[in-house]
Design a protein around this ligand. Structure first.
Ligand SMILES: Cc1ncc(COP(=O)(O)O)c(C=O)c1O
Length: 410
């Protein structure tokens, strides 16, 4: 394998054309698409259209005329096929953590005699924090039982109300078997809640086939929706009506424009909404979501497997002997679209790489994450990035003290 092989793979890549649809700085190799995807070029025009025409000219009439009021549900319908859900089961709103709070609250109310929520302690921390806050607010004696893969679904009993798992682990990139964990949860009488932040848009997800009960996920990673773009939330249709979220604002009311005194829940997925939504962000997020739909998740996944396999193989062949430990699963079938590598000086190495135009990120205490977003990364990018990694390691360039200065966002 050499750089020419990578060029050949890029020539054969059916998704190659998508790269030009993104704004990417020249000479940057961007491995942080699993944190914040880059802007689609069309997002710029769409944002201006909303600002100038829909907001500037249409003003308040755009809630009807430009479809603003229905945007959270319509956008949910566009995400639905990407995650194996049906129209009317997904809505785009709020942040991942808030959506998780809403659906876990709903799940606990559906299992009133049970007090245990099973989670991985190594989840993305906001999930743990949100559930800790939720059970404190409920004040009914709920507890979290923290279990780790592969024991997650082995200790389920009649006290468990919900199992709440990250589909792809934010650190290692390991994929949980959604169908198997959901089945075990159901056998124990519990409900299954999935966080799809690291799988939506990059991995085939089939919520319906797995019989998942609830799910949440963000749109700013592989869906390239923009910084802080709203999250999405899924409620299986069989739970509509019974599943009730706690933040009962007017957007979730059965007749918001009747201005009734008392709350009455909307019948469908709309009940999961609380208040006025960020239309600019929603409109821009639609652009990235449309690109993923056009590319097709299956094609995205096959390129993702090629890229992660190439990256991990090149790292192990070319960068051995420098204390790197790849912690992502070696089997591509168990791996999402990132390669995570631990090193005692991971922070410094990530900074040294960034100063050479290779942008990954760092998760304390030792984890370097390289997200491989198939819509814009090329095989030659992987080759060149490993070149620079080897240079940083073999010359000890990372020891430069300026790379040790910790930034707020790592
Ligand atoms: C698995 C997972 N859940 C949740 C979040 C963040 O949630 P929020 O959108 O509420 O900030 C992240 C962020 O990276 C994540 O990786």
């Amino acid at each position: 394998m050499n750089r020419a092989d990578c060029e050949r793979m890029d020539r054969d890549d059916p998704l190659a054309g998508f790269r030009d649809e993104f704004v990417l700085p020249a000479d940057m190799i961007y491995f942080a698409g699993n944190s914040l995807g880059p802007p689609p070029r069309a997002a710029h025009d769409r944002a201006l259209e909303v600002l100038d025409r829909e907001w500037g000219e249409g003003l308040v009439s755009s809630w009807n005329a430009a479809g603003w009021f229905d945007l959270p549900v319509n956008l949910g319908n566009r995400i639905a096929p990407l995650v194996g859900a049906a129209a009317g089961e997904v809505v785009v709103t709020d942040s991942t953590g808030i959506d998780l709070y809403k659906v876990v609250h709903a799940a606990l109310a559906m299992r009133p005699d049970r007090r245990v929520i099973v989670m991985e302690g190594s989840n993305f921390p906001t999930d743990n924090y949100m559930i800790q806050g939720l059970i404190a607010a409920l004040g009914r004696g709920h507890t979290i039982r923290f279990l780790e893969y592969p024991d997650l679904d082995r200790a389920l009993d009649g006290s468990v109300a919900a199992v709440c798992v990250n589909h792809v682990h934010y650190r290692t990139g390991r994929i949980h078997d959604m169908a198997a964990v959901t089945r075990r949860a159901h056998e124990a009488g519990a409900l299954a809640v999935w966080d799809l932040c690291h799988s939506a848009g990059v991995l085939p997800v089939d919520l319906e086939a797995a019989l998942a009960d609830f799910a949440v996920g963000c749109t700013y990673k592989y869906l390239n929706g923009g910084p802080g773009s709203p999250a999405f939330l899924f409620v299986a249709r069989r739970h509509h009506g019974e599943a009730r979220q706690p933040l009962t604002g007017w957007w979730g009311h059965a007749r918001p424009f009747a201005f009734d005194r008392d709350y009455r829940p909307a019948a469908g997925i709309r009940q999961m909404l609380s208040g006025t939504q960020p239309i600019l962000s929603l409109a821009v997020a639609a652009v990235g979501i449309e690109m993923v739909a056009r590319a097709g998740v299956d094609r995205i996944r096959s390129k993702s497997v090629q890229l992660t396999t190439l990256f991990s193989e090149l790292v192990s062949i070319r960068c051995g002997g420098y204390g790197l430990r790849v912690i992502s699963p070696a089997d591509a079938a168990q791996r999402g679209s990132q390669i995570a590598i631990e090193h005692a000086n991971g922070y410094e190495i990530i900074q040294a790489l960034a100063s050479r135009g290779v942008v990954g990120d760092f998760r304390s205490p030792e984890c370097m994450r390289f997200g491989l977003s198939p819509l814009f990364l090329r095989h030659v990018d992987v080759w060149d990035a490993v070149d620079r990694l080897l240079e940083v390691l073999s010359t000890d360039a990372w020891r430069d003290p300026r790379y040790a200065v910790r930034k707020t966002v790592t």
